[in-house]
Ligand binder design. Structure first.
Ligand code: 5RP
Length: 255
């Protein structure tokens, strides 16, 4: 399919001048077409998902959507949605989510994902795992042949207790794939480094793999078996629809 003229700049030269953020917005707006009045909607996290959240609020304000309940996947999205007046709830009150919309760091041809480079993987996996439909929105730069093989990180949320022990165990687990496991840090205003803390008070270990991780289900199970691990950022078999915006149009793929 082609760009929706409502969503793209009127200018004919748009196809060559679209920025990566334009592509994220186009994918996000397309996904919001799946949202219907009365739905419980999982609100993703990141620079792509934030466009979906603002589009939902716009349609609510215009009266084109009604009675939406949003389930945010991070404190950042919670703050954004509150500031835009979207009514919110959580999985305790709404254990079944009709539809979630979220970005991803990597997507393979079977719609397996890597998520969590923004650090929100646990809440994202809980909300998106509780969703009847999970629409993933990306610009074309996120498409890969094999997840975890692009030289970028596969994030793992770990408890702070002896996190270096857990980091070492994770590195050992994927030694065959040339794994380097690094504790994610943030740099303070004085230049000092401290562990990056998730919304859940945990830390993140990023797995950098030189080679393909192999059987994804086996890798997932092995990571989750390690005491100290809370969750990992491989979302296997969860996405139901993928929307990709590229310089030459939008494609929609259902699993
Ligand atoms: C946050 C995520 C994000 O969805 C992922 O990092 C993609 O982010 P962006 O849309 O900013 O590229 O998983 O934990």
């Amino acid at each position: 399919s082609t760009f929706d003229p409502l969503l793209t700049p009127a200018d004919d030269s748009a196809a060559v001048t679209l920025t990566q953020d334009d592509l994220k917005r186009i994918a996000a707006y397309k996904a919001v077409e799946y949202v219907e009045s009365g739905m419980v909607v999982g609100l993703g996290t990141g620079s792509t998902a934030k466009h979906a959240v603002s589009r939902i609020s716009e349609l609510l304000r215009e009266g084109k959507l009604r009675d939406i309940i949003g389930i945010p996947t991070s404190t950042t999205t919670h703050v954004q949605a509150i500031s835009l007046g979207i009514p919110l709830s959580d999985l305790d009150s709404h254990p079944v989510v009709d539809l979630s919309i979220d970005g991803a760091d990597e997507v393979d041809p079977a719609l397996n994902l890597v998520k969590g480079r923004g650090g929100s993987l646990l809440r994202e996996k809980m909300v998106e795992g509780a969703s009847k439909k999970f629409v993933v929105i990306v610009d074309e730069s996120k498409l890969v042949k094999h997840i975890g093989g692009s030289g970028l990180a596969v994030p793992v949320e770990v408890v702070p207790f002896c996190c270096n022990f857990t980091r070492g165990k994770l590195e050992e687990l994927f030694r065959g794939a040339g794994c380097k496991a690094k504790l994610r840090v943030k740099v303070g205003s004085g230049g000092g480094e401290t562990a990056a803390v998730t919304d859940n008070g945990n830390y993140v270990v990023d797995l950098y793999l030189e080679r393909d991780i192999g059987d994804l289900d086996a890798a997932s199970e092995a990571i989750l078996r390690l005491p100290g691990v809370v969750e990992h950022g491989m979302f296997l078999g969860m996405a139901t629809t993928l929307i990709v915006a590229g310089k030459f149009g939008v494609t929609v793929k259902d699993r």
